[in-house]
Design a protein around this ligand. Structure first.
Ligand code: FAD
Ligand code: SF4
Length: 541
């Protein structure tokens, strides 16, 4: 069946902070030059914000640059950070540590990033930007010269067997002079582009973390609006990078989360269970007792920083935001950096559209090099790799980088590939996680329920395996099937059938965090977009 084609000047894949900021900046530039520019955004979530999960503390620097009158325009950015606490946890105690400068949040706000995106989408629509939620960009389209000419959205109504059902509707081809990929961390099309255009040649590997988050309504007597707490230490061992966050937002709500570096070695680690266990710590538990958990979700974050940012442009398009990996790890902030990269890309794309010699927005790289964003990421580039040899050496190296060399040293530390760090199951002791108590700690399935995740069941599994035998022959045999534990949604289960072990993939539970695509030890799992609109339905995460 023929696919319908729609044409635009600029197409953006993903309505997160980067995609929306790029669209808004492009429309502003066009308005200033009294030009018309047709701009379209496709978003795989059922609505803008449905797939957005973040902490989130917002450093408003980029928002100030993009929409300086955001306060008057009613942006949902209201709760100013009132206090910062950084602590080290042991199994029974909590010790206050000096808050590193990068984690000071004076002038920052605690927000729901989903709600900020919903509001940015309204601003974009007022600038006549077209937004199509519920459409997943499933395929990259190339022209005869090999340049990107747009994307095709996935077909709808294809059954589990790959055959069209009665509800079949072919995907739509969206073509544009420039296509910006704003898919966030480990974008499925961005991954293909990096390979096709060798964008990672000579670049350090990207390294990732998995972030799990819950939203709670707590006893008003315990709530302190604007309070920010971070911790390192227990329940993680000293070789595993990660820590927690607790942010007190409006309406007696608290956003609590845990981030674990995906370069962890022990295959018995379950990031989900580590997070649940964290909430049972004697200094943390009382905050949640008597409260109600409202929402749950998970999402990977890019931790590689400056040295892992690939070449940003290629003929016909570019990568922006976490698709390229602009997150500042010591700050645990990627929103202002994603937005800034998007604005810089928008300026370069606008220039590119004014001329006919080249279809590559090459000035984006130079604009990045001359921006505060480059300076900010350069300053902290050695902090995350310093933790490769464990917590204590990482803290010492971070202190030297922060207080003495201040990022000015000539050396840039390397990263390693997360999936290659996983050790054999027989070399590590299994971890005996406590059973959920149903009050502050919970099981995976009741958690996924709170993410509002829904996928049409009659569709091909979107967690594709390059080789069906690997899950049992390698993953189970060598690593005790780590996908059973690192997936925060219980998608992967080893079941017994006719006395044989089999991997069952409960694809309908997938919250689109992308961890399996990153951590699978042989890179056998390839996450592809399911039918548009499927996935989590986060309210205000
Ligand atoms: C647990 C956690 C806590 C965090 N805390 C903070 C914090 O406190 N402060 C901070 O500044 N940052 C924080 N971050 C990081 C921040 O959320 C990200 O850096 C930021 O969201 C990146 O923006 P983005 O637009 O690049 O990508 P995203 O926000 O991931 O948005 C990408 C969008 O593209 C859509 N999409 C993806 N692929 C496709 C496709 N093929 N077709 C159509 N649509 C697609 C997605 O559905 C999504 O809506 C946190 C992240 C996590 C996970
Ligand atoms: S299947 Fe993969 S992408 Fe989906 S929730 Fe599990 S780990 Fe995340």
């Amino acid at each position: 069946m023929e696919r319908e084609t729609m044409e635009f000047d600029v197409l953006i894949v993903g309505a997160g902070p980067s995609g929306l900021s790029a669209a808004i900046r492009l429309a502003q530039l066009a308005q200033k030059q009294e030009e018309t520019l047709s701009i379209c955004i496709v978003e795989k979530g059922a609505e803008v914000g449905a797939h957005i999960l973040s902490g989130a503390i917002l450093e408003p620097r980029s928002l100030d640059e993009l929409l300086p009158d955001w306060k008057q325009l009613g942006a949902p950015v209201e709760t100013e950070v009132s206090s910062d606490r950084f602590q080290f946890l042991t199994s029974s105690g909590a010790f206050k540590l000096p808050t590193p400068p990068s984690m000071h949040n004076d002038g920052n706000y605690i927000i729901s990033l989903g709600n900020l995106c919903r509001w940015l989408a309204e601003q974009a629509e007022q600038l006549e930007i077209e937004i199509f939620p519920g459409f997943a960009a499933a395929e990259i389209l190339y022209d005869d010269s090999g340049a990107v000419r747009g994307i095709a959205t996935g077909d709808m109504g294809v059954g589990t067997d790959g055959e069209p059902t009665d509800n079949f509707e072919p995907g739509v081809e969206l073509v544009a002079r420039q296509t910006l990929f704003a898919e966030g961390c480990r974008g499925s099309l961005s991954k293909q582009l990096m390979q096709k255009f060798n964008l990672r040649d000579g670049i350090e590997p990207q390294t990732y973390g998995i972030g799990l988050k819950e939203l709670w309504e707590i006893d008003p007597a315990k709530h302190q609006i604007g309070k920010v707490e971070h911790s390192i230490g227990w329940p993680l061992d000293n070789q595993t990078y990660g820590g927690s966050f607790i942010y007190h937002i409006e309406n007696n709500q608290v956003s609590v989360g845990f981030v674990i570096g995906l370069d962890y070695q022990n295959p018995h680690i379950s990031p989900f269970e580590e997070f649940q266990r964290f909430k049972t710590h004697p200094s943390i538990r009382p905050l949640f007792e008597g409260g109600k958990r409202i929402s749950y979700g998970a999402r990977a974050i890019s931790e590689g920083g400056l040295q892992s940012i690939p070449k940003l442009t290629f003929p016909g398009g570019c990568l922006i935001g976490d698709s390229a990996g602009f997150l500042n790890v010591p700050k645990i902030k990627g929103t202002h950096t994603a937005m800034k990269s998007a604005m810089l890309a928008a300026e370069a794309v606008f220039e590119c559209l004014q001329q006919t010699e080249s279809n590559e927005a090459s000035s984006y790289a130079e604009k990045f090099r001359n921006s505060w964003l480059w300076d900010e990421l350069n300053l902290v580039r050695n902090i995350r790799p310093g933790f490769q040899k464990g917590l204590w050496r990482g803290l010492i190296s971070a202190a030297i980088e922060t207080y003495f060399t201040k990022g000015k040293g000539s050396k840039t530390l390397n990263h390693h590939e997360d999936h290659l760090q996983l050790g054999k199951a027989s070399d590590f002791k299994p971890i005996d996680y406590p059973k959920p108590d149903g009050e502050v700690s919970f099981d995976r399935l009741s958690s996924v329920f709170l993410s509002g995740t829904f996928h049409e069941e009659n569709q091909p599994v979107h967690l594709t395996l390059k080789d069906d035998t690997v899950p049992i022959k390698i993953n189970l045999a060598d690593y005790d099937a780590p996908e059973q534990r690192y997936c925060p949604a219980g998608v992967y289960e080893i079941i017994q059938q006719d006395e044989e072990s089999m991997l069952q993939i409960n694809a309908q539970n997938c919250v689109h965090c992308k961890t399996c695509d990153i951590k699978d030890p042989t890179q056998n799992i390839n996450w592809v977009t399911p039918e548009g609109g499927g996935g989590p339905n986060y309210p205000n995460m």
